[in-house]
Write a protein that binds this ligand. Structure first.
Ligand code: HEC
Ligand code: HEC
Length: 615
């Protein structure tokens, strides 16, 4: 317990207040420039950069402890809603990104009022922060977690200009993030013991080395790949190490998506699988999963004993069926959507293309009862499986010690979900290379990754390192995007697909034709592509993006969230982008099909059922 004014908390408050005051004075400068009769656009843009740089120094602490303020200060300029606010669900534009969009727009002259209001609000929010700090308790281990999250936030998002679409200030801001972390740690531990100081110095040297690398980059020529390999991994490792040395409280929270104990966010076990899709933990997790595997491949789950989950999620096709639209239970009919892979589907918060389910149990229940899919229900399945003494004893053993030892609709669902949780493939050629474990990428693949993160801006929707819709570093919020995929019907002219997507679940205009951004791991194995399987090859997908999505193809797409300007990728760049996407395969050890299924007494017909079902 130090003396009152020397506590960790007080030091953090002092440092944050200092930094916030300096941010506030930059906002005053910005405000002056934007209130002049004739705005000098360039100098206003530079004043904005200056504000953003200073904001970045405190963003980690703000976003962690004051998420509401951080959200309003640095919100993306895309229409969004509060899903639980029935009265005024549309969230108004605000913050630095909104100011940027105005300062870079041709209609700046017509948006003076909005510009002034946005800057006034920024000023108001920031000027109130110091009072909030003084009434707050900054717990030491939470501060460390906040800094680790900030490193992820900046280098998975900000670095690739997710927040600085027009100014392209992301690389400069990355250096300010590092500088902010440096100064906060320095201020909080200025009187640390010598031995701890040595470790601090090591980390600060790591920061200085990264700042140097960042300052050597020119806009448009950033080697993202090299930065992750040579700088990010060691930054993140040495921050973790320093935390372990500085923290007296070893009892860490395990509330984050990322296992911060891991060396790199690109390690195979970097993510907590139980964080995402909620589920129960069991004593015999692997035995439950093993039982779930049998069920997944067992056509006894369908009404006619012919179709299993594995019929449409086939291990040989990276757990898809290879068709544009899955075949219905009724011959000759099709479902309305393309079957996504189940690999890594546990690393999401919302399931299905429109996110209508958020637990595996809920998801499987819907598939089961759908007359087009399995045409059954889990109670009927349970009544069927209970006739197999082999299944009965498998359930009893796997679930021993819980209330789920009987064959019930619930235990079946839990077991399948547990199996799905094991279907994780995060050890691709790309992961091995970018984590620095083993360099397996050739030059085209590296360039392709840099295009993905830079020129083509794919990484601003398919977020690192999951390549799906979950926004780093919290990985809780799912993004819905409107990119305008064509209808599969070959009408002339072609038109926008009429699947309304998420709008069917939440009927708010900004969701019309929007879909969940799917993960891109194993993408080379899961053709055809998009919710309706309209594209047969990755070349077709890349062409679609290159032309500016649906609008670029000439369709009317209200609220398209994909920029409509062509990307102008050269044939070489397209080839490199595709080469990179092809490095994202990892199905190793996931393709294990059971050698046999449990027997039923006195039911020859059922015992002859096919492992994995027919299609
Ligand atoms: C007839 C083919 C078919 C069968 C059988 C089938 N699925 Fe699916 N599955 C699909 C399709 C198509 C979708 C996407 C539907 C949508 O988004 O509207 C899907 C989506 C899913 C998803 C969501 C993945 C994501 O990323 O959102 C999971 C998980 C899943 N299925 C698991 C299962 C399980 C478990 C079973 C067996 C109980 C099963 N499926 C049986 C075709 C099938
Ligand atoms: C504005 C957000 C956004 C951007 C930017 C974006 N994507 Fe997508 N991507 C999506 C969404 C949403 C879907 C699903 C659309 C659908 O199913 O209709 C998708 C689907 C895909 C698919 C098909 C996935 C599957 O399993 O069917 C591929 C491949 C893909 N994107 C690659 C890319 C590449 C490469 C880039 C950069 C050139 C890129 N994306 C940029 C949002 C985006």
């Amino acid at each position: 317990m130090g003396s009152e004014e020397d506590s960790f908390n007080d030091r953090v408050i002092r440092e944050m207040t200092l930094q916030t005051d300096s941010l506030l004075s930059s906002v005053v400068v910005l405000s002056k420039k934007c209130n002049e009769k004739q705005i000098d656009t360039l100098s206003a843009q530079l004043a904005l950069n200056d504000c953003r740089n200073r904001y970045k120094k405190i963003e980690g602490i703000l976003a962690y402890f004051f998420p509401g303020e951080a959200f309003r200060l640095n919100k993306a300029v895309v229409p969004s809603i509060e899903e639980d606010d029935e009265v005024s669900p549309e969230v108004p534009f605000s913050g630095f990104q909104y100011v940027e969009s105005i300062l870079y727009s041709d209609s700046l002259g017509f948006q003076r009022k909005e510009l002034k209001a946005a800057i006034d609000q920024i000023y108001f929010l920031i000027s109130n922060l110091p009072i909030s700090y003084s009434q707050f308790f900054f717990e030491e281990r939470s501060v460390w977690e906040a800094l680790q999250m900030q490193l992820v936030r900046q280098f998975m998002l900000g670095f690739a200009d997710f927040e600085t679409v027009d100014s392209k200030n992301g690389v400069v801001e990355s250096a300010f993030v590092l500088n902010g972390i440096h100064e906060l740690i320095n201020a909080a531990y200025f009187d640390a013991a010598e031995i701890k100081k040595t470790e601090m110095t090591n980390f600060f040297n790591e920061i200085r080395r990264s700042e140097k690398t960042l300052s050597s980059y020119k806009i448009g020529e950033i080697n993202y790949f090299a930065f992750y390999v040579d700088n990010y991994n060691s930054l993140s490792a040495s921050l973790s190490k320093l935390r372990d040395i500085m923290l007296s409280e070893k009892n860490l929270y395990f509330t984050t998506a990322i296992n911060f104990q891991n060396q790199s966010i690109f390690d195979p076990h970097a993510f907590n699988t139980y964080f995402f899709v909620p589920g129960k933990t069991h004593a015999n997790q692997s035995e439950v999963a093993e039982l779930g595997r049998l069920l997944f491949f067992d056509p006894a789950l369908s009404a006619n004993n012919l179709r299993a989950c594995a019929s449409c999620h086939q291990p040989g096709k990276a757990f898809t069926d290879g068709l544009p639209l899955s075949q219905s239970f009724e011959p000759g009919k099709f479902l309305t959507r393309n079957a996504p892979t189940i690999i890594n589907s546990v690393l999401q918060r919302k399931l299905f293309h429109d996110g209508r389910a958020f637990t595996f149990e809920d998801q499987a229940g819907r598939v089961m009862s759908n007359p087009l899919e399995m045409h059954n229900d889990f109670q009927t399945v349970a009544d069927k499986l209970v006739h197999s003494s082999e299944y009965r004893s498998l359930f009893k053993s796997a679930f021993s010690g819980t209330e789920d030892t009987a064959v019930t609709s619930r235990s079946i669902l839990v077991a399948i979900a547990e199996y799905e949780r094991t279907l994780i493939g995060m050890n691709t050629k790309f992961d091995k290379s970018i984590s620095g474990r083993e360099m397996l990428l050739n030059n085209d693949e590296v360039e392709g990754f840099n295009i993905f993160m830079g020129k083509a801006a794919c990484g601003t929707c398919h977020f690192l390192p999951l390549f799906n819709s979950l926004i780093p570093p919290v990985y809780v919020e799912t993004e819905w995007e409107i990119i305008g995929a064509p209808s599969a019907q070959l009408t002339n002219p072609r038109k926008l697909d009429d699947d309304i997507g998420r709008y069917a679940i939440i009927p708010v205009d900004i969701f019309r034709n929007s879909f969940k951004t799917p993960g891109l791991r194993n993408i080379a194995l899961t053709a055809p592509y998009m919710h309706n399987g309209v594209f047969k090859t990755l070349d077709e997908v890349i062409d679609f993006y290159d032309r500016g999505g649906g609008i670029g193809l000439g369709y009317e797409v209200p609220n398209q969230t994909l920029p409509e300007e062509p990307l102008n990728l050269s044939p070489t760049e397209k080839f490199q982008l595709k080469s990179f996407l092809e490095t994202l395969n990892d199905t190793i050890s996931l393709n294990t099909i059971p050698g046999r299924l449990p027997e039923f007494e006195d039911n020859e017909l059922l015992n002859g059922r096919k492992i994995g079902g027919d299609y």
